[in-house]
Design a binder for this molecule. Structure first.
Ligand SMILES: C[S@@+](CC[C@H](N)C(=O)[O-])C[C@H]1O[C@@H](n2cnc3c(N)ncnc32)[C@H](O)[C@@H]1O
Length: 329
């Protein structure tokens, strides 16, 4: 197809290309071509090019650029999207707009089997949300995080890809000689990588579906021999593993304080606790620290090793993590 191009000597090509881009005159839909000592740079509109280049404009055949079609290029605006395996999650209150976005996602080059919109907040003891299926029909997917694979069904279990960096921060602290108890393990995004570092992991969750996926994920990632997966209330299994943990993961931020008794029963002589909490910005770490000190009592010395803000949770509220060492007194 014939398009207007600025024709200049090759040595000037990059300078001229930058000037055309600055003038918003660069035609990104067609390929730049080189013929002998001349470079041909497609422009959107000859009048938009800087005046001193006007005499260099020629009509020339140019190949169309093979560019991936994005949802934004189809919609004309950038939608808020999250990826979970081959599922794309839309975050839209307006149903019509959500469907428009889903159509654009499916028409784009984004690899995607299913588009979902949040239909409820995360609810109940099992921390699962309801979804509107906007395109496709499956809510099960395989998500990859820091080199590990997690099979999960978002309609049956809790999983948030947004916490990948935080999980990695904690996982990197684990040594190969440790025994870890993941008290609220979900499908295993802490337990599996911790076992991959050589730790023995006891992983508990109230949600039977999550534990089925966790077992499958331990197999998939070659760590089944170091993961003991238990379906049930962690308070009920704490005595079976009393005094065993070098490390505890307590990722149930709204109510972790209710499980501190169980945590202290599970703790070994020297145990690091990763205690997740959601608190007001005025004192994000105070309530957790006081609760841990109160439950540890005289039995353990409590050292707060890290006070870490994971993310902003709601206006004036933070999701935080306290890394706390319990040393038997
Ligand atoms: C916020 S999710 C975290 C899951 C996982 N750690 C992750 O990062 O994806 C909390 C999990 O705690 C589980 N849970 C809630 N109450 C529990 C209890 N009493 N005992 C064990 N697990 C529980 C829920 O089923 C849910 O899977």
């Amino acid at each position: 197809m014939s398009v207007p191009c600025v024709a200049v000597e090759r040595e000037r090509g990059e300078t001229v290309r930058e000037r055309l881009a600055d003038a918003d005159a660069l035609d990104g839909d067609h390929e730049i071509a080189v013929d002998g000592d001349t470079i041909y740079i497609p422009v959107t509109d000859p009048d938009a090019a800087p005046a001193d280049l006007a005499a260099t404009i020629v009509e020339r055949d140019a190949a169309e650029r093979d560019r991936p079609r994005t949802p934004a290029s189809i919609l004309g605006y950038e939608p808020s999207l999250e990826r979970l395996g081959d599922i794309v999650i839309v975050d839209e209150d307006d149903d019509e707009r959500a469907r428009e976005i889903a159509e654009a996602v499916m028409a784009s080059d984004v690899p995607c089997e299913t588009v979902l919109n949040r239909a409820s907040p995360i609810e109940g003891e099992l921390r699962v949300r309801r979804w509107d299926v906007l395109a496709g029909n499956g809510t099960e997917t395989v998500h990859r995080e820091y080199g590990h694979e997690f099979l999960l069904d978002v309609a049956e279990v809790y999983f948030s890809p947004r916490l990948a960096t935080e999980r990695h921060r904690v996982i990197e602290q684990v040594g190969s000689d440790e025994t870890v108890v993941d008290m609220f393990a979900g499908v295993g995004p802490y337990a599996v990588p911790m076992a991959a570092r050589g730790a023995d992991v006891v992983a508990c969750d109230l949600n039977e579906h999550a534990i089925e996926y966790l077992r499958e994920n331990a197999e998939r990632n070659g760590v089944a021999d170091r993961v003991t997966a238990i379906a049930g209330d962690v308070r009920e299994i704490a005595d079976d593993h009393a005094g065993s943990a070098d490390r505890l993961v307590m990722n149930l931020p709204h109510s972790a304080d209710e499980f501190l008794d169980a945590a202290v029963r599970l703790a070994g002589d020297d145990c690091v606790v990763h205690y997740y909490d959601i608190q007001h910005e005025d004192d994000p770490f105070g309530p957790g620290t006081r609760a841990i000190r109160a439950v540890a009592g005289d039995a353990y010395d409590v050292t707060v090793e890290t006070e870490h803000v994971v993310r902003s949770y709601a206006p004036h509220e933070y999701n935080v993590c306290l890394d706390v060492r319990l040393t038997r007194a």
